[in-house]
Design a protein around this ligand. Structure first.
Ligand code: AGP
Length: 613
């Protein structure tokens, strides 16, 4: 996802802009740039652009070779959508007169029609990007007021955007706006910021304003004001960010992903803290905003999510079916939003999203709400769009997840879903014993995770044996089937090894043809209700010279006679096994990626939050 940073105030803006982009590098990008207005008086104001393909160091080298200094500017890291990732397509883009500069996160869907319209008015374009069209449109509407020109342009634009705009004709001012892509305003002491993510500005202020869709902000050195696209003033609350910037640092680990893998015991403690009651074996959830009576009327549950969050949703499906005895469906958000789904007022929609900004998930939630469903957001980022637009919800309290490959957010989502399942189940008649067992099991998870993480070096040793393979199969049953999918996703997205997850029994219906000594097979074969069945699947692979890596329950010596390598995890109840069985797979994929020399925290082609369709 693209990153946006803007500053206006008394200080030199360049180091603030570059520093902000550094905080956003984790999101994935392929070029970067800044626009700064230099000069101290209207006669010598000049809009200067510096932009470069590739990583941020290229831009730093460029501004060192060609310095630029001023007290207001905007900056951008681009994740290419329209147009190749190169210097000419990098942001900022300028208008026909080169007096207006704009940075953009999102997609302008009617950019072709707008480009043709502007060409008839004499505009010429130098790039393939939709962003350049948007900037020329602002220039077309320029009539002395930057915010009026931006508002007029956005009123005829279709698509998604988070933007920041400056001009040397309107000094000191930054105009921001959003629709579908996040934009926050930082309120400093006599200085103001705009950014696509609070991480970019948290070192300067923890006082922020979150724009909602189709809202604009006009920021000057004297303050800010917020309005609609129709230029109607609106009041916005200043909110305080509660987490520290240090939480978004590596803390001595080689990669954010490894740090976040090791943070998981504490994250689970945070996810369940204050939410489990021994008195009555119930859950206590603040902010759900849906009453017990409304939940008692729920007859069906639908999950909406993408990627790793979709895997967490699958585990939630098994939990809710087992404990609440309600029918559950898990939908890819991107599919749900374009079907004609059957949704009504007795459907509870659970929307899972770490970032709370995933475009497909947000659109699917809005579609479900439009059809009358109650929607609960299960998010990590406080104040994110999904969290704010849902009818209620729960934060997973995992802290900022910087690594593109989701790890601590996944297990925090599963733990949070376990708490929500307990709450819903008790309303739907779950008895004391399974409720007590679920609470006790959850409470033991952090220590059990610590025990697994203490043996991380074994995962590295096993990774060294298999890192050269170009393919891998992950097989699991029951609660471990979504874990097989998640393990495969982890390996493919950070090491670029082709990996597939399958229900173990499905192997006979095709994938078994792939089995030979060159196809490592990861079996998640913990001691649960499907254990005996999965042992047969392992024997089928062994009989065909397949090499087996097993995730097994401590004390299961039988598995050592079949598997070439084993990761052991402690015993827990079936519903909580994913919280433990995923850990060796996270570590295994991490070490394979490191051994293969991959960029673990910023894998190629990937973004931390996909805010475009
Ligand atoms: C997971 O490792 C990936 N980064 C990706 O699949 C991610 O889970 C997906 O894009 C959904 O993101 P969200 O949870 O922020 O909505």
């Amino acid at each position: 996802m693209c990153g946006i940073v803007g500053y206006t105030g008394p200080r030199d803006c360049l180091p603030i802009l570059i520093g902000g982009l550094e905080r956003l590098e984790y999101r994935g990008y392929d070029s970067a740039g800044v626009a700064v207005v230099t000069g101290d008086s209207p006669d010598d104001y000049s809009l200067e652009i510096r932009k470069e393909e590739g990583k941020l160091q290229g831009l730093k080298d460029l501004v060192e070779a060609q310095p630029v200094s001023g007290t207001f500017g905007i900056a951008h890291t681009r994740w290419a959508t329209h147009g190749a990732p190169n210097q000419i397509n990098a942001h900022p883009h300028t208008d026909e007169t080169d007096h207006i500069a704009l940075v953009h996160n999102g997609i302008i869907e009617n950019c072709d029609a707008l480009r043709e319209m502007l060409k008839t008015k004499g505009h010429t374009f130098h790039t393939e990007t939709d962003t350049e069209v948007l900037c020329h449109l602002v220039g077309e509407y320029w009539d002395g007021s930057l915010e009026k020109a931006v508002a007029a342009a956005l009123r005829i634009v279709e698509g998604a955007y988070g933007i920041a705009v400056i001009s040397d004709l309107d000094p000191g001012k930054i105009v921001g706006a959003r629709k579908g892509s996040p934009l926050v305003v930082g309120v400093g002491d006599g200085e103001y910021f705009v950014a696509s993510d609070v991480a970019a500005i948290l070192s300067h202020t923890n006082q922020v304003i979150y724009l909602a869709d189709e809202e604009m902000v006009v920021v000057t050195r004297r303050g800010f004001r917020t309005q609609t696209l129709n230029e109607i003033p609106i009041a916005k609350d200043v909110e305080e960010i509660t987490w520290e910037l240090s939480q978004a640092e590596k803390g001595g680990y080689e990669h954010f992903m490894l740090k976040e893998i090791f943070e998981q015991p504490r994250c689970i403690q945070n996810a369940i803290r204050g939410r489990l009651e021994d008195d009555g074996w119930r859950a206590h959830i603040g902010g759900l905003n849906i009453s017990d009576e409304e939940l008692a009327r729920v007859e069906r549950v639908v999950f909406l999510a993408c990627g790793t969050s979709w895997h967490a949703a699958m585990i939630g499906e098994y939990m809710i079916e087992e404990y609440c005895r309600l029918p559950v469906e898990v939908e890819y958000a991107s599919e749900f939003r374009y079907r004609d789904p059957v949704i009504d007022g007795k459907t509870l929609v659970l929307v899972i999203s770490q970032s709370g900004e995933t475009a497909d998930t947000l659109a699917a939630m809005r579609e479900a709400q439009r059809r009358g469903a109650m929607a609960l957001g299960i998010c990590n980022v406080v104040g994110s769009t999904i969290a704010r637009e849902a009818d209620g919800g729960m934060y997973i309290h995992a802290g900022p997840e910087i690594g593109v490959a989701s790890t601590k957010a996944f297990t925090s989502q599963v733990a949070t879903l376990a708490v929500l399942t307990l709450h819903l189940a008790r309303i739907h008649g779950l008895s004391d014993e399974p409720a007590r067992s679920l609470i006790h099991g959850l409470r033991r998870i952090p220590d059990q995770m610590e025990a697994i993480l203490a043996d991380a070096s074994h995962c590295r040793v096993v990774a060294e044996k298999y890192a050269h393979h170009a393919n891998c199969l992950y097989l699991g049953r029951g609660y471990n089937f979504p874990v097989a999918l998640e393990g495969a996703l982890k390996l493919k997205e950070i090491s670029y090894v082709h990996a597939e997850g399958y229900p173990a029994a499905e192997m006979k219906h095709g994938p078994i043809a792939l089995i030979d000594e060159n196809m490592p097979v990861v079996f998640i074969c913990t001691k649960d209700r499907a254990y005996d069945k999965i042992k047969s699947n392992m024997a089928e692979v062994k009989a065909r010279s397949g090499r087996i890596i097993a995730v097994a329950t401590e004390g299961d010596t039988h598995v050592e006679g079949i598997a070439d390598d084993v990761f052991y995890i402690p015993q827990t109840i079936d519903a909580l096994v994913p919280l433990l069985s995923v850990l060796p797979l996270q570590l295994y994929s991490y070490y394979v990626a490191v051994l293969r020399g991959c960029n673990v925290d910023q894998p190629r082609n990937l973004a931390k939050s996909v805010t475009v369709e």
